[in-house]
Design a protein around this ligand. Structure first.
Ligand SMILES: C[S@@+](CC[C@H](N)C(=O)[O-])C[C@H]1O[C@@H](n2cnc3c(N)ncnc32)[C@H](O)[C@@H]1O
Length: 456
């Protein structure tokens, strides 16, 4: 038999007359109350405010709030005055907000100065429905400079989210002249000819800081500045709400002599704040784990002497840091822009990584010394793009990412500064087993790309 909602309230009342009632029983019933008929006797929820268990007090308030009855306003005020639990106070403010009654405005204004950001957020939610009033609108504006970042972001979204940009098809399509391009040259320059918001996904492994012969910078600061400049440009060319996955790891610069120590640079951690500052929202840290036998042995010395402080573990991991171009829009909005058929055929079927630890063997290439494993590229492409998307690797190397993109029915664009590596990309992409038809790939240099984009 289906249990009627108000039966649950009756059961609650009965339970409360029994001294042996457990908190678990109460929580279970309070979670099942559902819709409450107007005019229903809700005194049981008010009585439960005397419970010593904050979870019960919260659930009781949550149910009382469903009545949206202004008569309970004094009860909510009483809770706010006497309550210590942040969770319960937050629920009381939420209940006041749900009344949507102009008589609550003064209280909600007062609560904006509360020291608990959760309470302030609920008061703001309550005030939002009055934002057409000039006085309320200016209060909301003033909250844009609140010290709490979640409050600032809430206000920003509430005040700006109606300013929609672009049509639905702009969000999913990319200019044909950007599709399947290998461009030889400095990506810093090439990016200047790529139009705003044209790329769906970027995955890259930047040149290392002084760790290999192709990447010499005068200082670590200069290196970080170089990457910062590139990643800002990538932000501009990335479509709203789309992803940027960055593969880096701390590196070690060997010691100059026995009188000095080696220096370890925490590259992912130093780049992270720069990315967040320029408008990338942090989404995930994926850890790529390699077999210990495949990595540099740093622990040998410690293995012999076993002296604390001189412990140096073998670094088996690299990061794939995942960011999203900051937007007020939810990921659902990005997904909804695609036709149903594209969503259906792009689904990640079968086995997939349930955790952020990806165990993948490294790959060695006869031409390039630091290539992506094909599997790593496949995973990133399948998890963070749809079929027909345009995906980008600014530091193309051997072109593994481009090759994986083609094999997964995505379009690619990749840039590489060294002609030896561009030749490697060409060989990689024209392998018969991968491509049915190579005529659709264009190999350009910076000038011919500039011309193609109509900038000359
Ligand atoms: C770590 S490797 C990338 C390897 C690549 N992920 C692969 O699978 O082969 C970095 C690459 O960036 C290239 N590079 C360095 N500076 C560049 C620049 N300013 N513009 C374009 N490519 C650059 C280097 O030549 C190198 O091949």
């Amino acid at each position: 038999m289906i249990e009627s909602r108000n039966d649950v309230i009756e059961q609650l009342k009965k339970l409360l007359t029994n001294k042996m009632v457990t908190d678990q029983q109460l929580v279970s019933l309070l979670s099942r109350v559902g819709y409450i008929k107007p005019g229903c006797d809700c005194s049981v929820f008010i009585n439960l405010q005397a419970s010593a268990n904050p979870k019960i007090r919260t659930l009781a308030l949550k149910n009382l709030a469903k009545t949206a009855n202004y008569n309970y306003m004094s009860h909510y005020m009483q809770v706010l005055r006497s309550e210590d639990s942040s969770e319960v106070r937050k629920e009381a403010v939420s209940a006041i907000g749900r009344l949507r009654d102009p008589r609550t405005i003064d209280v909600m204004k007062y609560l904006l100065d509360d020291k608990d950001p959760e309470v302030v957020l609920q008061a703001l939610r309550g005030l939002i429905c009055f934002k057409k009033r000039d006085d309320i609108f200016s209060i909301l504006l003033s909250m844009q400079s609140h010290s709490n970042e979640i409050i600032r972001s809430f206000i920003d979204k509430e005040l700006n989210s109606s300013k929609d940009t672009g049509s639905k098809s702009d969000e999913v399509s990319s200019p044909d002249k950007l599709k399947n391009l290998v461009i030889e040259g400095d990506v810093a320059r090439i990016l200047d000819f790529i139009p705003d918001e044209s790329i769906h996904l970027t995955f890259t492994s930047p040149p290392y800081y002084n760790a290999r012969d192709y990447s010499i910078y005068q200082s670590y600061q200069e290196y970080l500045g170089f990457l910062e400049g590139i990643f800002k440009k990538i932000h501009r060319v990335t479509k709203e709400g789309r992803f940027f996955a960055l593969n880096t790891s701390p590196i070690i610069i060997p010691r100059v002599s026995r009188q000095h120590s080696s220096i370890r640079y925490p590259i992912p951690f130093d780049i992270h704040p720069l990315l967040v500052d320029m408008g990338w929202e942090f989404i995930d840290d994926i850890v790529w784990v390699k077999p210990e036998a495949s990595v540099k042995n740093r622990v040998a010395g410690f293995d012999m002497h076993r002296k604390p402080l001189a412990y140096k573990p073998n670094p088996r991991t690299e990061y794939v840091m995942v960011y999203r171009k900051k937007t007020h829009k939810l990921i659902d909005w990005n997904i909804r822009n695609y036709p149903y058929s594209t969503v259906a055929k792009s689904k990640v079927e079968g086995e997939y990584d349930t955790s952020n630890v990806w165990e993948i063997d490294p790959v060695y290439d006869r031409v390039h010394s630091a290539v992506f494993p094909f599997l790593l590229c496949e995973k990133v492409i399948r998890y963070y793009s749809y079929m027909g998307d345009l995906v980008f690797d600014p530091f193309g190397g051997s072109g593994t990412f481009a090759k994986a993109a083609l094999s997964l029915n995505r379009y690619f664009i990749t840039t590489e500064i060294h002609s030896d590596y561009v030749r490697r990309i060409k060989a990689n992409l024209t392998q018969k087993d991968i491509l049915q038809d190579t005529k659709d790939i264009s190999f350009l240099n910076t000038e011919s790309f500039q011309e193609r984009m109509g900038e000359k």
